[in-house]
Design a protein around this ligand. Structure first.
Ligand SMILES: C[S@@+](CC[C@H](N)C(=O)[O-])C[C@H]1O[C@@H](n2cnc3c(N)ncnc32)[C@H](O)[C@@H]1O
Length: 392
């Protein structure tokens, strides 16, 4: 679906912004030190730290500082693969729109690409960082883009300017990265209760409620919306999806989890959603955990560990550990603890026997699942882990 010519055009566009692709931290940081002074780097680290605290003012200060032409290419090069991946996914879904809003457009790296690629479409980029918007305006002027304008506004305070048949928000709706989301009903399940109060608290503390209301109000009928946020964790994905469905949005295509590179690190992000605000719902919203890389549970392949080795017979730290635990044969619990931790999450730890061996199982209401099986002779090791976890 994504053509080579689109990718090539995007690569050339990122180059025109001075962005470079790195796959090694050493090479990237060496380049960073060549381009920025120690003073600039220390100021930048200060902004990153303050942004982490989560106040809106600190976030705006961070985006204002990083929009500076000396900092911009250096910092945004870390997101090179993000731009390539998300820019391609969005651009390949834009062609039949007439008016597009890019909410939280930042310095306009992607907005200017879309506008250049689709001269027949009118684009508006909105952001609350004044320096980012001024940088975006300069770039649009330099590229001679007449189908694009940028507008500086805080959507928590004022509505969006106009109505659009496509609204795009990528990494702009759920900025509070440390918000854990919504807990499951209890440790035995991944299901979330339909609790209106919990949902509205999530939307309020992450700011996503107001932002989505504004975006929906700016969407023509019929209209489409593309969103891509840090909502890969089930506990965040569920309330995020409920916020979307609660506003009458339905899926046009199956949401796609996205993996991209941040220099050396691999980011598992998204999913990428394309939705519409009118018409019959065809696709169901999925509230179950993603298929994971947990070892398939097959008792016949659990082998005795080598003498002297601490290696377990079976180990799974993913959601699929729950199904493996349920399939243990002749499971009998030796000891178990279920407790509520200080942050409200419920934790269950269980040490027991089964035909497959001695096992330790851990589960909590934020989707942690862990199953370890060892030979009976190594039970003391699991017993020690049990007390460590149960004791907090
Ligand atoms: C991580 S950047 C993403 C930029 C761009 N969308 C991209 O994909 O690269 C998030 C942007 O959203 C903007 N933003 C966050 N909350 C906003 C709000 N309430 N009103 C306007 N802009 C906002 C921030 O200023 C920031 O520039």
């Amino acid at each position: 679906m994504i053509s080579d010519s689109l990718q090539r055009a995007l690569i050339a566009h990122l180059e025109s912004w001075g962005l470079r692709r790195f796959t090694s931290d050493d090479a990237y940081f060496q380049w960073q030190r060549q381009l920025l002074s120690a003073q600039e780097l220390s100021a930048l680290h200060g902004h990153v730290e303050r942004k982490r605290q989560g106040s809106a003012a600190d976030e705006v200060a961070f985006y204002d500082a990083t929009a500076h032409p000396r900092i911009l290419p250096v910092l945004y090069s870390q997101r090179y693969d993000y731009y390539l991946t998300i820019g391609s996914l969005v651009a390949s879904r834009i062609a039949d729109a007439q008016t597009v809003l890019d909410f939280g457009c930042g310095v306009g790296i992607l907005t200017t690409f879309y506008a250049k690629r689709f001269p027949h479409i009118r684009f508006v980029g909105v952001d609350r960082s004044a320096v980012s918007i001024s940088q975006a305006q300069d770039k649009a002027k330099a590229l001679g883009l007449e189908n694009l304008r940028f507008d500086c506004r805080e959507v928590a305070r004022e509505p969006l300017p106009g109505r659009f048949d496509l609204v795009v928000a990528t990494h702009a709706l759920v900025q509070v990265e440390q918000d854990p989301g919504l807990p499951s009903r209890d440790w035995t399940t991944f299901e979330r209760a339909h609790d209106v109060h919990q949902q509205s608290q999530f939307e309020e503390r992450t700011g996503i409620g107001t932002r989505l209301d504004r975006l929906c109000a700016a969407l023509s009928t019929p209209g489409r919306m593309i969103v891509f946020e840090k909502t890969r964790q089930l506990s965040r994905r569920v309330p995020f999806q409920r916020a979307l469905t609660g506003r009458g949005l339905s899926l046009v295509e199956q949401p796609e989890p996205i993996r991209y590179r941040l220099v050396e690190e691999i980011a598992d992000d998204g999913p990428f959603y394309l939705m519409k605000n009118e018409g019959r719902e065809r696709l169901a919203w999925d509230e179950s955990p993603e298929p994971d890389e947990g070892l398939p549970f097959n008792p016949s392949v659990t082998k005795p560990a080598a003498a002297g080795s601490d290696e377990p017979l079976y180990e799974n730290h993913h959601a699929s550990a729950q199904a493996a635990w349920q399939r243990l044969h002749n499971r009998s619990i030796v000891k178990e603890t279920t407790k509520t931790e200080t942050d409200g999450r419920q934790l269950h730890v269980e040490f027991g026997r089964s035909d497959e061996g001695r096992y330790l199982y851990c589960a909590n209401t934020f989707d942690r699942r862990q199953l370890v099986i060892v030979e009976p002779a190594r039970a003391a090791m699991l017993d020690a882990y049990y007390h460590e976890i149960a004791g907090g």
